[in-house]
Design a binder for this molecule. Structure first.
Ligand code: UDP
Length: 248
């Protein structure tokens, strides 16, 4: 798998098929996978917080989740051509689990949301083993770990929101017997039907972030960092070009 660095953060150049193939291998060979999603928002957090940066750079798969990351790769003459949305990956993992008889656990979101997400996912993928759910506000972490372990989950989808979910996986993945961990942000809210994704055409145009901003104006403060992200990417390009000229 190709990887490149954008503002010092690892991003994987992969497709959903690559991820699913690696997931099947990991479950069958009892290896750990940590799938994170890289977008301008989490990148800006990582630029300012070394702990988050370290966690992201230790993940095994860093999906190019935002159109901003695809643009950044283009500006830096990288190879990432298309976005791989975390929510599409979560669904692809459910489909892979259905086809291979793997067990899935849903951890996160408000009370009742993961149950509803489970119901809808099982309707869409009949026979899918969702072996347990727990909301994202349980304070007793030992209880969370114990519940996931006793469910015999192979794949844990973690929906605790940006930073919290990455930190939780990094801290706990060795204590949990599952093989695959994915940060899925607000995906359970969508799977449960509580919130809607942008129409397909908007997704294709790379404007899903704008759709979310219009629906949830409270995201403005977080998304206000996108121009700074782009500015830093252009600075990085300048530095790279200067270095390339020096070595010529
Ligand atoms: N969430 C949670 N526990 C927390 C904080 C958030 O379970 O302590 C859930 C929240 O209910 C929502 C999800 O995390 O379902 C993702 O939130 P957000 O839309 O902020 O995701 P992001 O944009 O950060 O991926």
């Amino acid at each position: 798998m190709d990887t490149e660095y954008i503002l010092g953060i690892k991003v994987s150049n992969l497709t959903l098929e690559d991820v699913c193939r690696d997931v099947i291998f990991a479950v069958k060979n009892n290896q750990k996978l940590f799938i994170a999603s890289i977008n301008p928002e989490i990148s800006m957090v990582a630029v300012e917080d070394d702990e988050v940066k370290k966690i992201l750079n230790n993940a095994t798969h860093n999906l190019p989740d935002g159109i901003g990351v695809v643009m950044a790769s283009r500006i830096l003459k990288g190879g990432i051509k298309q976005r791989v949305a975390g929510i599409d990956c979560a669904e692809a993992l459910c489909k892979t689990a259905q086809q291979n008889n793997f067990n899935v656990f849903l951890y996160g979101a408000k009370k009742g949301v993961a149950e509803k997400a489970k119901e809808n996912l099982q309707k869409k993928y009949p026979g899918l083993n969702i072996v347990g759910v727990i909301d994202g506000y349980e304070e007793d972490n030992e209880k969370v770990i114990e519940k996931i372990n006793s469910s015999k989950a192979n794949i844990v989808l973690v929906a605790l929101g940006g930073q919290k979910q990455e930190k939780w996986i990094s801290k706990n993945m060795d204590k949990v017997n599952a093989q695959v961990f994915q940060c899925v942000g607000g995906s359970f809210d969508v799977f449960s039907g509580n919130s809607k994704r942008a129409p397909k055409i908007v997704q294709k145009l790379g404007a899903e972030w704008l759709f979310r901003l219009i629906k949830e104006p409270s995201r403005f403060r977080r998304q206000a960092k996108i121009p700074k992200f782009i500015h830093l990417v252009f600075q990085e390009r300048k530095i790279k070009n200067r270095q390339a000229r020096k070595t010529r």
